[in-house]
Design a protein around this ligand. Sequence first.
Ligand SMILES: NC(=O)C1=CN([C@@H]2O[C@H](COP(=O)(O)OP(=O)(O)OC[C@H]3O[C@@H](n4cnc5c(N)ncnc54)[C@H](OP(=O)(O)O)[C@@H]3O)[C@@H](O)[C@H]2O)[C@H](O)CC1
Ligand SMILES: [K+]
Length: 372
Amino acid sequence: MNEQESISYLTQQQAAEIDDLLMGNLGFSIDQLMELAGLSVASAVAEVYKPSEYNRVLVICGPGNNGGDGLVAARHLHHFGYKPSIWYPKRTPKPLYAGLVTQLESLSVPFISIDSLPQEFLNFDIIVDAIFGFSFQGNPRPPFDDLIMSMASLSAHYPEHQKSPVIVSVDIPSGWHVEDGDRSGDGTRPDMLVSLTAPKLCARTFSGRYHFLGGRFVPPSVMQKYKLRLPKYPGTAMCVQIGNSCQIKVEDPVPAKFLQKNVEADPFLQFQKWFDDAVATGLKDPDAMALSTANKDGKPCVSPILLSFFLLQIIIGQNSSRMVQLKKVDREGFVWCSNYGSRKGHEIAENPHASLLFYWNTLNRQDLTIEA
Ligand SMILES: NC(=O)C1=CN([C@@H]2O[C@H](COP(=O)(O)OP(=O)(O)OC[C@H]3O[C@@H](n4cnc5c(N)ncnc54)[C@H](OP(=O)(O)O)[C@@H]3O)[C@@H](O)[C@H]2O)[C@H](O)CC1
Ligand SMILES: [K+]
């Protein structure tokens, strides 16, 4: 049984029942639950998408509690160093929501005009989809119908060289049936899903890169009543990744993720995605890489300490190797720091061929090699 099969998925009715239980006998208020839900969403975003690269966040809020989670997440994202903007076309006239809006206004978080979407999509790095959660029924009605269609066509819509924003869905990818998922097959395709309390049945068909669980408030009585099997939250984390989005079945001769149609045409972009995976899964020193160089005669000169690690390279590559730290990567290349007088400095000066090797073992990518 793999991890996905061993996790519990809730029906729409069970999700609503658990909400009632929490806010009934179990003594929670909606404000508390929403605060924890929104914090989980912001934490999951921050685990994967660093504010230095994915700074501009658009949070699209619907009329119910899912929209409320979005407002809370936006506030936390602001405090985490992101620049959120809010699209909130159908405001809920309740003090809780008015308070959340006031809190955002006091942080000068902009509420953008109803007419400015979807034209403005490309001005953002992340779209947080907090439109509909587990109470969604039927087909989306205005003003959300057109917006959900535009969100769904985001990846198809923009040419490959233009970076389209990543979509993070809160609890349910908006427009999906809560239990059956994307019935039409052309609905929203989020890159990240943050399930709250427990994933709903639709999450079984989620095929995006990151699936997180949030809502670290479920008491044992609820776990027992619904026989919930959920991953453990590590330490003080407010979210936990479900499964390993990068897992590859060993028996697949060419894993689907590596098929040409499923990888980026731009190798730097593909590397960045894999690097983000390595960071997101909490791998130790994901930026550590073995740099192999050779002198002008291509003679092997591996240092004795590194010999056992790089035996394979000695046999096939005739290189000298050492560990260095990746400082930066962009279309100009891979950057590490060194000294021109070092052995690698001398070797690169006389022979520009080099290779990098990343050891990301838990991602089943233990031998990602870059040659130049
Ligand atoms: N225990 C938890 O995990 C918690 C999760 N939270 C979040 O709350 C949502 C569920 O919130 P709820 O308010 O019950 O429902 P939704 O956010 O899904 O939205 C209800 C509103 O959506 C409207 N709606 C429904 N269907 C449509 C449609 N087809 N088109 C347009 N509008 C629609 C609905 O309007 P009605 O007129 O139909 O009533 C409502 O206005 C859960 O998913 C979590 O994200 C809590 O924050 C904390 C506890
Ligand atoms: K949603």
